[in-house]
Design a protein around this ligand. Structure first.
Ligand SMILES: NC(=O)c1ccc[n+]([C@@H]2O[C@H](COP(=O)([O-])OP(=O)(O)OC[C@H]3O[C@@H](n4cnc5c(N)ncnc54)[C@H](OP(=O)(O)O)[C@@H]3O)[C@@H](O)[C@H]2O)c1
Length: 252
């Protein structure tokens, strides 16, 4: 694959999304960057302009279906096409389930699931017309199995994995690819409150692995590599054993 030049990234104000923006920046690149924190997005855009990158900043909540359709139309009107999309925005709010409060879990699903479909689906017609393009859905190894206090997050990432798998089936033969990315622990704001972060990677390490998976045409990118082996085994374990293990070795 040639270096993609027209790239749209949600969750670009911080963490992995900002790292992806820096990785794909450079003369000839036109980035569309989406998040809610305007100041962080504009500071990043100023930094990237210095390398000759064209940056379109969109201060937008990914959970808003109409708002996302509008900014994607604006981006496509400006660029005339698209090479690569990262549906990366996500939140991992702790559940408040025992207190009977559904709002944190609802917000997790709105951002991680509705936000992802709001990002990927509007690009499908133009990519199919181009007979070219890559759609990336950022899931998580947390989507392999439920985890206490983060059940909504785990369920949302399982939904992302299944959705992107189906997208690959829909797009078969069209020339458009859909990739599922399953990171383990990456050193970002999202994971700083974890009690332990086994096999932790830096943002730069994670971004290089994701970009390499995109460049090599992988369907699924799970990292770090020990989790590619451990993930399927973890899914096969009986629930009773998993319940004992996650309560004995809590990550949150
Ligand atoms: N870090 C990890 O260990 C890890 C592991 C597995 C998977 N992941 C996944 O990787 C992705 C990136 O996470 P990260 O670690 O980089 O987290 P992060 O540093 O907390 O960044 C999350 C990004 O998502 C944006 N965002 C959150 N809610 C949004 C909304 N409603 N609308 C628009 N943007 C929104 C945030 O920007 P604003 O707040 O400015 O809107 C921010 O730019 C997420 O999908 C996450 O689930 C992370």
């Amino acid at each position: 694959m040639n270096k993609p030049q027209r790239i749209f990234i949600t969750g670009a104000s911080d963490g992995i999304g900002a790292g992806l923006a820096r990785y794909y920046a450079g003369a000839g690149s036109t980035l569309g960057l989406v998040a809610r924190r305007s100041e962080l997005l504009h500071t990043l855009a100023d930094e990237l302009h210095c390398s000759g990158t064209v940056v379109h900043v969109y201060v937008q909540d990914v959970a808003d279906t109409d708002g996302m359709a509008m900014i994607i139309k604006d981006y496509l009107d400006r660029t005339g096409g698209i090479d690569l999309v990262f549906a990366n925005a996500g939140v991992a709010l702790p559940g408040n389930i025992l207190a009977g409060d559904a709002r944190p879990a609802a917000r997790v699903f709105q951002t991680n699931v509705t936000g992802l479909v709001n990002t990927l689906i509007p690009f499908v017609p133009i990519m199919v017309q181009q007979r070219y393009g890559v759609l990336v859905g950022v899931a998580s190894v947390a989507g392999f199995r439920a985890y206490p206090r983060r059940e909504a997050y785990c369920a949302s990432k399982a939904a992302v994995r299944t959705f992107v798998e189906g997208l690959r089936m829909d797009l078969h033969g069209t020339g458009v690819r859909a990739i599922t990315v399953n990171p383990g622990f990456v050193d970002t704001e999202m994971t700083r409150d974890a009690r332990q972060r086994p096999l932790l990677l830096s943002v730069d390490q994670a971004v290089r692995i994701i970009a390499s998976g995109v460049a090599h045409g992988r369907d699924i990118v799970t990292f770090p590599w020990p989790l590619r082996l451990a993930g399927p085994l973890w899914r096969l374990l009986p629930e009773g054993i998993v319940r004992v293990l996650v309560n004995r070795f809590p990550l949150w």
